[in-house]
Ligand binder design. Structure first.
Ligand code: URA
Ligand code: SF4
Length: 226
């Protein structure tokens, strides 16, 4: 598979232009069985950007990220942490739903490394057009995409980490902030925080403990906002 890079128009300035181009991506096999590309959405000037794994069943049908049960839980956790859910940008490490058919049921399958790598150029392109203060990495797949295969969410969740030094290929994420006059702006540095995926809260034996842990991590992000 060629990867997503060749599907990204270099002249695409905005997230909307990227989203339009991503509808035709065939950078890996996942476009074949999924219904549609599910690109990031939300406030493009958001101070908080959250990165999930891949669209779920509901997201695949609606074409929007985080509109199913995990998304509902995530927005509530964001709100409970004191971050305005109306001013966030939500995206995923992989933009097509990977699943296995069991009878008529579509069962979620975790994306493999090949899918994460193939789809990563879209994530890089999004970050080149966003300017968050905090990037929240939700679960192991997003952590692999942004922090490399050795990062362990369970060991480092809730810690504020530097960005782009924290990223696997920092050069991909170097952004030169430019103000409306075209001058290089003195923008605050972006930082990164990893936590568990909202789906892990839905699956947890002790839901309340898992939920409180997610909110506690998001509060670290909220307190770090300038
Ligand atoms: N889980 C994710 O990681 N992303 C979504 O968009 C929905 C569920
Ligand atoms: Fe392209 Fe990503 Fe979809 Fe693969 S998962 S086809 S790389 S958008």
């Amino acid at each position: 598979a060629p990867g997503a890079q060749e599907f990204i128009p270099p002249q695409a300035d905005t997230i909307d232009e990227l989203r339009a181009a991503a509808t035709g991506c065939r950078g890996c096999e996942l476009y074949r069985n999924a219904s549609q590309t599910v690109f990031g959405r939300g406030d493009e000037s958001a101070r908080v950007v959250l990165v999930g794994e891949q669209p779920g069943d509901m997201e695949d049908q609606k074409g929007l990220p985080f509109v199913g049960p995990a998304g509902r839980l995530l927005r509530k956790a964001v709100d409970d942490a004191g971050i305005d859910p109306g001013h966030i940008y939500l995206t995923n490490a992989v933009k097509h739903f990977r699943f296995e058919l069991r009878g008529k049921r579509r069962i979620h399958q975790t994306p493999d490394r090949v899918h994460i790598t193939a789809c990563r150029p879209w994530l890089v392109a999004e970050f080149a057009r966003l300017h968050p203060e905090i990037v929240v990495v939700l679960g192991a797949t997003a952590a692999k995409a942004l922090l490399g295969p050795t990062f362990r969410v369970t060991k480092q969740r809730g810690e504020l980490l530097p960005w782009p030094a924290a990223a696997q290929h920092p050069e991909d994420f170097t952004r030169v902030p430019v103000d409306s006059a075209g001058a290089v702006a003195d923008a605050p540095e972006t930082r990164l925080l990893a936590t568990i995926h909202p789906s892990a809260v839905l699956r947890a034996d002790n839901h309340d403990v898992a939920y409180d842990g997610l909110v506690a991590d998001l509060k670290v992000a909220a307190r770090a906002l300038r």
